[in-house]
Ligand binder design. Structure first.
Ligand code: NAD
Ligand code: MG
Length: 384
């Protein structure tokens, strides 16, 4: 029985992870579940999985959850930073799934690494903000970070059994999102509800907007750089609207190895849970004759400048990727609240990056400071 701690259990990745656990009773046991404000769902998860601890956002959510727990419940309720860090370093957990969204994932990730836990990492923002420090710390603590992001899982699978020195580059695939074919003069009228309709993947709202702007692919380029220790010029992005090829590794003899599958995050989550074994999770292989063709296009950075901004942040390095990430989080929230337009997202990120003087070799404190600075500046740059 593998004991697992799941941070972000009420989200899209978290609920898919619990679906896998439900399919394999007796194989995994969630000992810690952490959500934020969705008390109804967390309560249902506690009643079903009976974890030893459950974590919520604040004291108010903790009191409400405690009131609603059945009298005989043995689950201890924790909250806030301390609660998330306890869940991430929970002594009996062998594996920690980090599936909180956004910069809030960084502190629990650090706690999991310091506790020497094996990590299944969905929270890409951790590696965007502080990837170099996080990977170094993981190395020092003998911690394996296993990618849950489907592209990175695909690259990992395409590199296994190969010699790193033979690798020429990796190619991350992008669906192109809902506006792949939309003319640029229609971008200003895009509404949050249009951007929340992803053609292939069902995901949380922040990453769905990031997929529509292509910032998600930009964040993934930085994530790949840190995770696989590759220079930016060895990471290419290609738009592949069918989302069947999840990413590829190109070798010096011109050979390309890819991992394919239907677009469902359960495959990448399950692989991180059971590696090197593969479990039956009820997913069919793609039906190639009914798919017909797999197509590829160059990403258009004129319409999707977020991808170029992410490369720029990566080349600048230091605290700039943390600033890109924080400004993007602010911009996505403002867009979802209807306070800025779709094209305002890259606009706000770019303005904030321009005002930043990066710390070249940051420590964690510098990263957290850059994150707060960028949130404040992005908030000030924006006018309703
Ligand atoms: P989501 O919005 O569906 O869920 C987020 C989870 O984090 C929820 O459980 C929520 O309660 C919790 N949370 C939110 N804010 C929090 C905070 N401040 N403190 C603690 N917990 C908080 O998001 P998601 O789509 O499941 O994505 C989670 C992470 O996985 C993101 O980093 C995303 O980039 C990454 N990811 C998601 C997918 C996907 O298909 N959904 C694919 C690849 C990577
Ligand atoms: Mg991805």
């Amino acid at each position: 029985m593998k004991r697992i701690s799941i941070l972000g259990s009420t989200g899209s990745i978290g609920t898919s992870a619990l679906e896998i656990i439900r399919m394999h009773p007796g194989r995994f046991r969630p000992v810690a579940l952490a959500g934020a404000r969705n008390i109804d769902l967390l309560l249902a998860q506690i009643n079903e999985f009976k974890p030893e601890i459950a974590v919520v956002y604040g004291q108010a959510e903790a009191s409400e959850l405690e009131k609603r727990l059945p009298g005989n419940s043995l689950t201890k309720i924790l909250w806030g930073d301390e609660g998330y860090e306890t869940a991430a370093s929970y002594p009996s957990a062998e594996l920690v799934l980090l599936a909180i969204v956004g910069a809030a994932g960084l502190k629990p990730a650090l706690a999991a690494i310091k506790a020497g836990k094996r990590i299944a990492l969905a929270n890409k923002e951790t590696l965007v903000m502080a990837g170099e420090l996080v990977m170094k710390l993981a190395d020092e603590n003998g911690v394996e970070i296993f990618p849950v992001d489907s592209e990175h899982s695909a690259v990992f699978q395409s590199m296994s059994g190969q010699r790193q020195e033979d690798l020429a580059k990796i190619i991350l695939t992008a669906s192109g999102g809902p506006f792949r074919a939309k003319p640029i003069n229609e971008f200003s009228s895009i509404k949050p509800e249009d951007a929340l309709k992803h053609p292939n993947w069902s995901m949380g709202s922040k990453i769905t907007i990031d997929s529509a702007t292509l910032m998600n692919k930009g964040l993934e380029v930085i994530e790949a750089c840190r995770l696989f220790g590759l220079p930016p010029e060895k990471i290419e992005v290609v738009v592949h609207p069918q989302s069947i090829i999840h990413s590829m590794a190109v070798y010096r003899d011109g050979s390309v190895i890819s991992q394919m599958g239907v677009p469902d995050m359960k495959a990448a989550i399950a692989y991180a849970f059971s590696y090197p074994e593969r479990m039956d999770i009820g997913l069919p292989a793609p039906d190639f004759s009914s798919i017909g063709s797999l197509t590829f296009e160059k990403p258009d950075i004129k319409r999707f400048p977020c991808l170029a901004l992410a490369y720029e942040a990566l080349y600048t390095g230091g605290t700039m990727p943390a600033v890109l990430n924080a400004a993007n989080e602010v911009a996505v929230s403002l867009f979802l609240e209807g306070r800025i337009g779709f094209t305002g997202i890259p606009g706000l990120v770019e303005k904030t990056m321009k005002l930043h003087s990066p710390v070249k070799f940051p420590q964690l404190d510098d990263i957290f400071q850059a994150d707060s600075w960028a949130r404040r500046i992005a908030g000030e740059q924006h006018t309703d």
